[in-house]
Design a protein around this ligand. Sequence first.
Ligand code: PLP
Length: 400
Amino acid sequence: IFSDVKMGPTIEVFALTRRYNEDTCPEKVNLGVGAYRTDEGKPWVLPMVTQVERQMALDPTLNHEYLPVAGLPAFRAAACRLMLGSDNPAILENRVEGIQVQGGTGGIRLAIEFLKRNMDSKVAYVSNPTWGNHKTIASSAGLEVRQYRYWHPKELKVDFNGLVEDLKAAPEGAVIILHAVAHNPTGIDLTMSQWKEVADIMQKRKLFPLMDCAYQGFASGDLDADAEAVRYFVQRGFELFICQSFSKNFGLYNERIGNLCIVTKTPEVIPQIRSQMEIICRTIWSNPSHHGARIVATILDNPASYQEWKQQVMTMATRIKEMRKMMCSKLRQKKTPGSWNHILEQIGMFSFTGLSADQVRIMVEKYHIYMLSNGRISMAGLTTKNVDYVVDAIHDAIEA
Ligand code: PLP
């Protein structure tokens, strides 16, 4: 009965990791996956996370009972405070709710599913380019997916005029997926004055902001600074959803821990929204898992642990920034064609190198340096040991 099932397209980033793992070349480098690596090229379990896991293992009050459908209350509240700031009027006025979800991905899916079922949303806009899964999540939920211009490939900067034009042409009620911070894949965010203009258009055109916040802390190293765009939209009075992921800033990639933060104008509508969200959760994962939520809540709720964790986020952000500087200066020293300013100007985990698909092919086939075909590299995969090798390869790929 399965013989007519067609092979689906490969998921590029996972296929790259598989090829990297199978590759026996000693110089191989994985710049594909968006996961933090130490300067030894190893995954990093944050020391604060290890400490909490040890305490959890010894805590006789913990058990494996089901969580509520909407997740662990302490986690949901702490996550919303981290996103909006604990003194945010929306929180003080009880106009904020959190739903525990399966990573950032689960939050986006839940948000879109809710909007389709309850708000009659029909169209979602994603930036061009964007994280590959945005389009597939929105179309799987039955929305028509359109793009708004974001990146100017020739000028290697944001195509803000294009973005404004496309948002102005969007139909009323359209869902606009915005990268709250550290845009993936370009590494370029809007300035605050650009965010203001976007907010003006969205308010006027009655567009719904769905903020995707997968990298809080990774852009500047400062969690509050990285929440600026989200907090600005809340301050402007938008009703909006924010999909928070704790995969990156807690290094809890495989715990699938996220929060869908809901901000409304009045507290009265929160129970209805929560109940509809719960119906969707119930039919997909029923109720969420406990481990990641407990870790995040324990750290965020304890001032000393919170300070230590903040330092550890800063450690990750700082190492990535240093790799940017190092890579840029080595490319310049080698006089590799291009200014390479964009590498320094970009922020967060990724750089959009500007390498063409053919140049990327040389990187992968000849040098065993795995990266996305659109030229995106994860800066976290660079180390002081492999940066020369990567720079030489880029030079060769460009000169080829
Ligand atoms: N949104 C963006 C922009 C991402 O880059 C990612 C992960 O790479 C996600 C969402 C999904 O995060 P998670 O792994 O927590 O589902």
